[in-house]
Design a protein around this ligand. Sequence first.
Ligand code: CU
Length: 135
Amino acid sequence: MKRTSLLIVLFGLCSWMSACGGSRAVTNLDMTISDFKFTPDRFTVPAGEEITLAVDNLGLTSHQFVIFKLGTSPGEKFGPEDAQNIYYSFEVKPGRDGKATFIAPSEAGQYYFVCGIFGHLPAGMIGVLVVVEDK
Ligand SMILES: [Cu+2]
């Protein structure tokens, strides 16, 4: 009886810790950026995991991938007032491939991402990063 209780406690603890000693998984995302669009414009990633983002900029101008903190958004346009709400930011020169690595937010939810270069957000450069609890 005692042993059974201990096993239940250990199992519960292990589930709560979720990873249970495993190494950190890497999630690879592929994105194409053009003037002025993210493709795709919606990604789902596991919370707290290391994400590798490969970006192919097909446009004639530089573009950025700027993730906002949970519960914040740039509104109609991106400006200096948004700096405090940035979770992660990355820029790719025109016609180049870029690779970025970042840790997904630990809190599940929907995070906006935009291009922070002047005029690009109003032109349509916005998307959503969906963070889900890791199972
Ligand atoms: Cu842009």
